[in-house]
Design a protein around this ligand. Structure first.
Ligand code: GLV
Ligand code: MN
Ligand code: MN
Ligand code: MN
Length: 416
């Protein structure tokens, strides 16, 4: 039986907002590109700010560019119940990653307000900036700052491909990096954080299940590895006289695949960035920079993978005479979701008559950071063919609607 809140969660409004948002940064051949702290991300944030205002939420920004929409509860002394996600994308990304969690949280609060549903705790939607690592090599920037995980020096350390620092990018958006200390969310003022997201994998689809109740979230370590050899003539240099930076990089990349394959089912390794210098067809590459992403649901296995990678790096360096420097750009710890929230989501699925199952998140989310300061939970809805971080990413509106209904009912229970 659908509850009063679920009945009012409006599928057509969600679909229209999703469509409007999906046109920002859109290229018909390439999907959406709304990279962190660029104009398209800002435009998307401004659009959802308008949705928050039209829903009657009290809107504010912090000095990192995170956007909040608040619906006051009956008791101001209680910690807030939070939901939300992000509206940035990878390069050539899809329309659903981050956006459905953002829009559904706003829709939930709108329905709760319009129908005068009683709740003692304040309800807050957080739109965390720059969740994707596609610009700075580190992801979940906004939520990381929000939980107090960045120092002022980190904002100068993190740079995009053009050398623009995170501090500069923040300033370009009109925020003051020197006010980073004001950004910190206080865990004792937040009861919990619940994020709705597309699954980005195939478990729900294959099992024909409507709702995924996330049990744990894998975490990444992101590395940038600079391999230096000697540039040279591609025709005139015999094979035995080369110090080819790319061949060394290729050996390391293949080793990452082997390491991930041998350590465990949930260990994954990706070389998603490759910069070759000078990048000319008739020049032996003198330098290669690799952007490496290694993840697991246990810190032990992730650390083991990284240890094995460093061993490989030493071997390749000695064997090929290249120098290799590695910078750790980000390291996060996997988390488990809180049983209070897991149970509330399950109970809500039962109330609404929706099928559900436990799923593990291989992707990371802002919830991963929020777990440092409060209890978290996540609701997943099916992704067609499991495709994500690609233009073909798709989730049916009926599935999104069910997820939004579960989210709205769950938030009310938690904010009672
Ligand atoms: C972010 O979406 C990630 O999991 O890479
Ligand atoms: Mn993503
Ligand atoms: Mn996402
Ligand atoms: Mn993610």
């Amino acid at each position: 039986m659908l509850g009063i809140i679920a009945q009012h969660v409006n599928k057509e409004r969600l679909e229209a907002q999703l469509q409007e948002l999906s046109m920002i940064g859109y290229d018909p051949d390439k999907g959406r590109t709304r990279l962190p702290y660029t104009k398209p991300e800002r435009e998307a944030v401004e659009l959802v700010k308008g949705y928050m205002e039209s829903a009657g939420l009290l809107v504010s920004f912090d000095q990192f560019g995170n956007l909040f929409g608040r619906l006051p509860g009956n008791s101001q002394s209680l910690p807030v119940v939070m939901s939300g996600s992000h509206v940035d994308t990878v390069i050539n990304g899809g329309a659903f990653d981050g956006t459905i969690g953002t829009l559904s949280a706003i829709e939930a609060l709108r329905v709760i307000k319009e129908n005068n549903i009683p709740h003692n705790h304040d309800l807050v939607v957080g739109v965390f900036v720059s969740e994707e690592a596609a610009r700075f090599g580190a992801g979940t920037l906004g939520s990381k700052a929000f939980v107090g995980d960045y120092t002022r020096a980190d904002l100068d350390r993190l740079k995009d491909r053009d050398g623009v620092t995170l501090a500069k990018a923040l300033q370009e958006w009109g925020f003051d990096p020197d006010l980073l200390h004001t950004v910190k969310g206080n865990g004792s003022e937040i009861k919990c954080f619940v994020e709705l997201h597309i699954e980005q994998s195939i478990n729900l689809e294959v099992n024909k299940i409507a709702i995924g109740v996330v049990d744990q979230i894998a975490a990444p370590t992101n590395l940038r590895m600079t391999i230096k050899g000697k540039a040279g003539h591609a025709g005139a240099t015999p094979m035995n006289l080369r110090t080819d930076a790319f061949m060394a990089a290729a050996e390391i990349a293949l080793a990452i695949e082997t390491i991930a394959n041998t350590i465990g089912k949930e260990t994954v390794g990706t070389v998603g960035e490759v910069f070759v210098n000078p990048n000319a067809i008739n020049v032996i590459p003198g330098e290669v920079v690799l952007g490496i992403d290694i993840r697991d649901v246990t810190t032990e296995r992730k650390d083991l993978a990284i240890e094995q990678l460093y061993n490989t790096v030493e071997e390749v360096s000695a064997k090929r005479g290249v120098t290799i420097e590695t910078e750790e750009i980000a390291r996060q710890e996997p988390v488990k979701t809180a049983s209070l929230i897991v149970n509330t989501i399950r109970e809500t699925c039962e109330d609404l008559g929706f099928s559900y199952m436990n799923v593990t998140s291989g992707a990371y989310h802002d919830a991963l950071n929020m777990a440092k300061i409060t209890d978290i939970g996540m609701i997943f809805v099916p992704s067609v063919d499991g495709v994500s971080h690609a233009p073909e990413e798709f989730t049916h509106i009926e599935d999104i609607h069910r997820g939004a209904q579960v989210l709205a009912e769950t938030l009310v229970k938690l904010a009672k």
